[in-house]
Unconditional design. Structure first.
Length: 256
């Protein structure tokens, strides 16, 4: 069976209606059925990127915004159905108060600035995470992005803000038991109560090789790909390379 090529990247601006990036190289070819349905991304390396350049950590987060838009465009072109990104973890509250304040305000601004672009790309924005401790203004922007894009039928973009995998499992278990008691608790019912479907490809940048409490139930059988490049330097080509690695794996789910 001949390979199916990604759409050729042309000239244009990724900040406007066109998702093309003028410097993006031509994509490769991926056999049918190889593209993962759900990709989870740990966007790691913003702080180190800034440190290498003698900049404040906050500048690394600013640079990471462009990488996110680039990867969303690449996921659409690749045919990925779900893209979950780890934007702010429940453990990130342990960072300095100044960085936490920046991240809250920055998350709010990015949501407001990018939701129309994602909407124009037929992306449906979803939020996974806890409301506790999260700034009300950030929650409002998340809800407005969800409402704006609720009828979109393209890529499902899950923004994991104030998210923790263990907390999600506890919350899902409580939800199932409140509805049907202990007898209703099963692997199937718990999976249904999760924020996302099972993860096929778990991709982390910056060279770190750990899950960091991200979608740990959904990623139980995910293929793990770790990229050395720091998040602000990532392009859609790096996503496609991760998908290429995914395509070489044999997923047996315990079978011989």
């Amino acid at each position: 069976m001949p390979p199916v090529s990604f759409r050729q990247v042309g000239a244009g601006s990724w900040y406007g209606q066109n998702m093309d990036h003028p410097q993006a190289p031509a994509p490769g070819a991926v056999p049918p059925g190889v593209v993962p349905r759900h990709v989870a991304v740990v966007m790691d390396g913003n702080g180190r990127w800034a440190k290498e350049r003698g900049l404040p950590r906050t500048e690394g987060h600013r640079a990471g915004e462009e990488a996110l838009v680039e990867v969303v465009a690449g996921a659409i072109e690749a045919g990925v159905e779900w893209l979950s990104v780890y934007a702010f973890s429940t453990e990130n509250w342990r960072r300095s108060p100044s960085e936490v304040r920046f991240l809250m305000g920055y998350s709010r601004r990015v949501l407001r600035a990018r939701r129309d672009l994602f909407h124009s790309w037929n992306v449906r924005v979803r939020w996974a995470g806890q409301a506790e401790r999260l700034w009300p203004s950030v929650i409002r922007e998340l809800r407005e992005a969800e409402q704006l894009t609720v009828n979109n039928t393209g890529l499902q973009l899950v923004l994991c803000v104030n998210y923790g995998g263990r907390a999600e499992i506890i919350s899902a278990a409580k939800s199932v038991m409140e509805q049907g008691g202990a007898a209703a608790l099963s692997e199937a019912s718990l999976s249904q109560a999760m924020s996302t479907p099972d993860v096929d490809l778990f991709w982390r940048t910056s060279g770190e090789a750990r899950l960091s409490n991200f979608l740990i139930w959904e990623a139980a059988y995910a293929e793990l790909v770790f990229t050395d490049k720091l998040w602000p330097d990532v392009t859609r080509q790096d996503l496609w390379s991760a998908i290429d690695q995914y395509g070489t794996r044999e997923r047996r789910y315990g079978r011989a």
